[in-house]
Design a protein around this ligand. Structure first.
Ligand code: ADP
Ligand code: MG
Length: 448
């Protein structure tokens, strides 16, 4: 379903129970966003949904609010709704939203994620929370223990569904979905869910799903100014980061920043360098102990730290106030990851800046991302740290550098030559075994 922009609608027009309207009022939430306007009504009607709407557009509330109303309509003292998300931090954040919206009801929630004490989680599950927010693996462990009865689940939400599947949770998600109640309503949310990539899942877990497309992946986030800075190598990128994050550049003031890198080792290297320059940061990747991750994220949220260095574990879903700068230390692997990373800033009505550091090897990847998202990142220069690299000398109409392709052309030519050579040899082989033309016999007469 493609939608026109409707005029803003108020939460108070929804048929919600008083405790939910009261919570919305306490949270000063008055007007629905576009995705909320469309998706809440469909969810309340009990439909299976696939919802695509851009980062920071209020998708969490779009699935939490109807889910709470449905539980109020049909109260039972067992878990009735499961929300699955790809990362532990995102689960905790979603749970926070649930508790805030449910604050005037008796609905209980539980967070069931890896890296935390399962014994404590068992105690929480024994309280029969109506809502469970979980990562798929840990939830299944509790299902096996008999702590969660999936048959009682009436609502299943998959947030950042594409990421969850790309992380290899496909089988776990399908297993969970299939054990839920036959009548279970399943809803998928993302800013970048490409249905054709996940046909297997949608076939298996959705029933006559309604598609809600508010804006496609390619309609980038217009609240974020996107620029690239050319860089020579790792050391040069470190210098650029240190310069920017020292926050002394009058053209580049920020309140809170995340630096994303593709690998854990790079994250560690950056945070080591920053520490040596007296820039404290929250370092977050999957090898860091969960308690520490929680503590660092809390400090980052509370303004005790204003720089975070992270892998893509922090690129999905996190909603952090006053986060106004994203630095991509590496060019991300693809356009979707790029979009989610920069989507940590410029959320709702805020604005932000995203800087991507690009070296010669990454030029073409960056152009692919820009072309895929139909954006053009302008080039920014830091006066004291201008790269020797100035971009490719010869560019194709796509903006990509010539060179590598030429090499492959040459390689292909060489290959062809080799193939030809082999063919000649093969033809020669045909003569193997054939009689040769008889040569004149010479009878040698031994010297005697
Ligand atoms: P998404 O999942 O689409 O990336 P979130 O659900 O994390 O976005 O919401 C982004 C921010 O917008 C959150 O801080 C949330 O509290 C806020 N928000 C959500 N809905 C509204 C609304 N209707 N009015 C104002 N702010 C909202
Ligand atoms: Mg979200």
């Amino acid at each position: 379903m493609e939608t026109d922009t409707p005029s803003p609608q108020l939460f108070s027009t929804l048929l919600l129970d008083e405790p939910l309207l009261e919570a919305l009022e306490t949270l000063e939430l008055v007007e629905m966003t576009e995705v909320q306007q469309v998706a809440i009504a469909q969810a309340l009607a009990g439909k299976d949904l696939i919802v695509n709407a851009k980062t920071g557009s209020g998708k969490t509330l779009a699935f939490v609010l109807p889910l709470l109303q449905q539980i109020l309509d049909n109260p039972q003292s067992v878990a009735q709704a499961i929300i699955l998300a790809p990362t532990r931090e995102l689960c905790r954040q979603i749970n926070k939203q649930c508790t805030l919206l449910a604050q005037y009801t008796k609905i209980k929630t539980a967070v069931i994620i890896g890296g935390e004490d399962p014994k404590y989680q068992i105690k929480v599950l024994e309280q029969y929370p109506e809502i469970i927010v979980a990562t798929p693996g840990r939830l299944l462990e509790h299902v096996k223990r008999g702590m969660v009865d999936l048959d009682a689940i009436n609502i299943l939400v998959l947030d950042e569904a594409d990421r969850m599947l790309a992380m290899g949770f496909n089988d776990d998600v399908i297993k969970i979905a299939r054990q839920c109640n036959e009548e279970c309503q399943t809803v998928l949310y993302s800013a970048s869910f490409n249905e054709s990539k996940f046909q297997d899942l949608t076939d298996k877990v959705l029933y006559e799903a309604e598609r809600i497309l508010i804006d496609s992946t390619r309609e980038g986030n217009e609240n974020v100014t996107q620029q690239k800075i050319l860089a020579d190598d790792h050391d040069h990128k470190i210098k650029l980061c240190v310069h920017i994050l020292q926050n002394e550049d009058e053209n580049l003031n920020f309140h809170k920043a995340i630096v994303f890198a593709n690998k854990k080792e790079t994250v560690n290297s950056i945070s080591g360098w920053l520490q040596s320059k007296n820039i404290p940061s929250a370092t977050v990747h999957s090898d860091i102990d969960q308690d520490k991750r929680n503590m660092l994220l809390r400090k980052f949220r509370n303004d005790d730290l204003n720089v975070m260095i992270a892998t893509d574990v922090a690129s999905r879903g996190l909603d952090i106030k006053d986060l106004d700068l994203i630095i991509n230390f590496d060019v991300p692997q693809n356009g979707e990851d790029y979009m989610h990373r920069i989507g940590r800033t410029g959320r709702m009505h805020e604005t932000g800046l995203a800087l991507t550091l690009v070296n010669a090897q990454e030029w073409n990847k960056m152009i692919s991302i820009e072309n895929f998202l139909q954006i053009e990142c302008t080039e920014r220069k830091i006066k004291s740290l201008v790269a020797k690299y100035t971009g490719p000398e010869n560019r194709k109409s796509s903006g990509k550098a010539y060179g590598k392709k030429k090499d492959t052309k040459q390689k292909n030519k060489n290959k062809k030559k080799e193939i030809n050579k082999i063919k000649v040899r093969a033809r020669d082989k045909k003569n193997v075994g054939k009689r040769r033309a008889p040569t004149e016999k010479k009878i040698s007469i031994p010297d005697s």
